[in-house]
Design a protein around this ligand. Structure first.
Ligand SMILES: [Ca+2]
Length: 313
């Protein structure tokens, strides 16, 4: 009994000491000596999830040094937490595989005031989602469907010329084929909100890397004449490739106006004419590839710019 009381008395104090230490390290990010800054950086990375609220505050700092370092550590920590991939195999030889990373539940601002029909609103996603790290490839599609409808041919190229309805058939077969490997999770298309949240990976700017248009070529295939093999450019902070450009990615939702105000786990309108696509394709320019940009197409529509990325929950 006495021991329990002692513990109860100590716990808040220890938590307070932890916080104090984290705050000291945050302050040390702006220290004069570079070795002090690096020491603080290492300590904050090691603190992991506990350091996130402190780092988020520091990322808003007017001290450029603190801001840049805090942002870098945040990405590193998020990567570590989210980077627990699951791999599923689609053939007996284990040559064709799909990799998924965990997208942690959270709240973000969805939309962009510069885009029609994408008025910003606060969205909360209450459940973790697993997102395929790349667009679905032709090898993956063929392993499940036994055929390849793509216009540009290549096993590592993203599958295209698939309609939303074709994707539903693919997902149905994928769920049957990989039932044991999915361990109770269902493969599906992401909702628009899940897609944009995963694309932004914590970034509020125009693209997953911020607002600097000059960096777009590091992350995206755009203004091209054909698709490119998936996963060749830089991934976003959560390990997802080609969220901007290469092929459009079908989402689950019917396409409609966003409701106003904050929403939780939105899934789009109950009915509609078009289904939504995200991220744009190889054939267009910079502004259109932005995180909040929305596309729409008939669910039966097929084109060499439209593919998918599988989500799972
Ligand atoms: Ca894409």
């Amino acid at each position: 009994m006495r021991a329990l009381m002692v513990l109860a008395m100590l716990a808040p104090q220890e938590a307070g000491q932890d916080e104090k230490r984290l705050q000291e390290w945050i302050e040390q990010l702006g220290a004069d000596a570079i070795e002090d800054r690096e020491k603080a950086e290492e300590a904050l990375k090691a603190a992991g999830e506990k350091a996130i609220p402190f780092l988020k505050k520091a990322a808003e700092s007017t001290d450029a040094e603190v801001k840049v370092r805090a942002e870098g550590i945040l990405i590193a920590i998020t990567w570590t937490i989210g980077r627990q991939p699951i791999t599923i195999y689609l053939d007996a030889d284990k040559k064709v595989k799909m990799e998924f990373v965990r997208i942690p539940a959270g709240t973000f601002t969805m939309g962009d005031k510069e885009f029609e029909g994408a008025t910003p609103r606060e969205v909360t996603l209450t459940k973790d989602t697993w997102m395929q790290t790349t667009e679905t490839t032709q090898a993956q599609w063929e392993a499940v469907m036994g055929k390849n409808p793509s216009h540009f041919k290549g096993v590592d190229l993203p599958v295209e010329t698939v309609s939303w309805e074709d994707c539903q058939e693919f997902l149905k077969k994928l769920n049957e084929k990989a039932k044991d490997q999915l361990k109770g999770k269902a493969a599906k298309l992401p909702s628009e909100a899940e897609w944009e949240y995963a694309c932004r990976a914590g970034e509020k700017g125009k693209w997953c890397f911020g607002d600097d248009e000059k960096k777009l070529g590091d992350y995206a295939w755009y203004w091209e004449t054909a698709t490119h093999a998936v996963g060749q450019k830089k991934p976003n902070a959560w390990g997802l490739y080609d969220m901007h450009g290469n092929v459009w990615e079908w989402c689950e939702d019917w396409c409609g106006e966003y409701p106003s105000g904050a929403v939780t786990d939105p899934t789009g309108p109950a009915k509609g004419v078009d289904r939504c696509l995200r991220g744009r394709s190889w054939g267009v320019g910079d502004v259109f590839t932005r995180s909040a940009d929305r596309g729409r197409y008939l669910p039966t529509g097929r084109d060499n710019i439209g593919g998918l990325r599988v989500a799972s929950r």
